[in-house]
Design a protein around this ligand. Structure first.
Ligand SMILES: Nc1ncnc2c1ncn2[C@@H]1O[C@H](COP(=O)(O)OP(=O)(O)OP(=O)(O)O)[C@@H](O)[C@H]1O
Length: 226
């Protein structure tokens, strides 16, 4: 059987607030292997973002654990190691694209490589390849406001993949797109997952997009549901 690149074992997340405890996620288990696209679905407030944040090392569970492909427990690594994992092994795609408005498409995609201190010649090559991969070779110099929503999300995907992560996490990546553009972005995510052997976890509300999934995790009130 294929090895999981990311595993959640019975993870729970309770937020403590002034108004009392919020059980955002309770006992959720899942895994994702290379080349597999897992869709997490569920209504608003069901815990999708909370789960993706735990899988991506952006937050820590209050119960259970998150394991990396090499067996390390992401959820209990020291913060500096989590940062290293986030920069090198995981690519993130956001609903609102998360692009820096004053930078061109190419400069946005370059940001993760600058953080990794990749030398300029190699950065240029890898940025061009990543933009080509998402079909934006002709738009490298445009700023986000000069691009359509679908093109902006393609830049977001190129940025997520430029450091060649093994895991791709996308939280409602099509949430701000019309249905036709959403379908093409989801198709692109599926193609890239297969072609590059990524372990991908994508959250969505949209039942149409679920057709692209290799497996589906449904959440309801923070619990796994049928
Ligand atoms: N930092 C926080 N503090 C307190 N409660 C939180 C926090 N983050 C999330 N929650 C609560 O946890 C529950 C799950 O939220 P989450 O954002 O994971 O849902 P979601 O399925 O991603 O929703 P949406 O589809 O609207 O983005 C909600 O009840 C939310 O209000």
């Amino acid at each position: 059987m294929a090895e999981a690149l990311l595993t959640a074992e019975s993870v729970s997340r309770v937020f403590t607030t002034g108004a009392g405890d919020v059980r955002a996620l309770t006992d959720v288990s899942m895994e994702v292997t290379a080349g597999e696209l897992v869709v997490v679905r569920g209504p608003s407030g069901s815990g999708k973002t909370t789960l993706l944040n735990l899988l991506g090392g952006l937050d820590r569970p209050t119960g259970g654990r998150v394991l990396l492909g090499d067996g390390r427990e992401l959820s209990s690594l020291p913060e500096k190691d989590v940062l290293e994992v986030r920069r090198t092994r995981i690519g993130y795609v956001f609903q609102s694209f998360g692009l820096i408005p004053v930078l061109s498409a190419a400069e946005n995609v370059e940001v993760p490589l600058r953080l990794l201190e990749v030398d300029p010649a190699e950065r240029e090559e890898r940025v061009a390849a990543a933009l080509e991969l998402v079909g934006l070779a002709d738009h490298v110099h445009q700023r986000p406001y000069e691009l359509s929503g679908g093109q902006q999300q393609r830049v977001g995907i190129a940025r997520a993949l430029v450091a060649e992560p093994e895991v791709l996490l996308a939280d409602e990546p099509t949430g701000q797109l019309d249905s036709r553009t959403a379908a093409t972005i989801m198709e692109l995510l599926q193609e890239l997952t297969r072609a590059r052997g990524l372990a991908a976890v994508v959250s969505t509300h949209d039942p149409v997009l679920i057709q692209r999934a290799d497996s589906v995790l449904t959440l309801k009130d923070g619990h796994p549901a049928a």
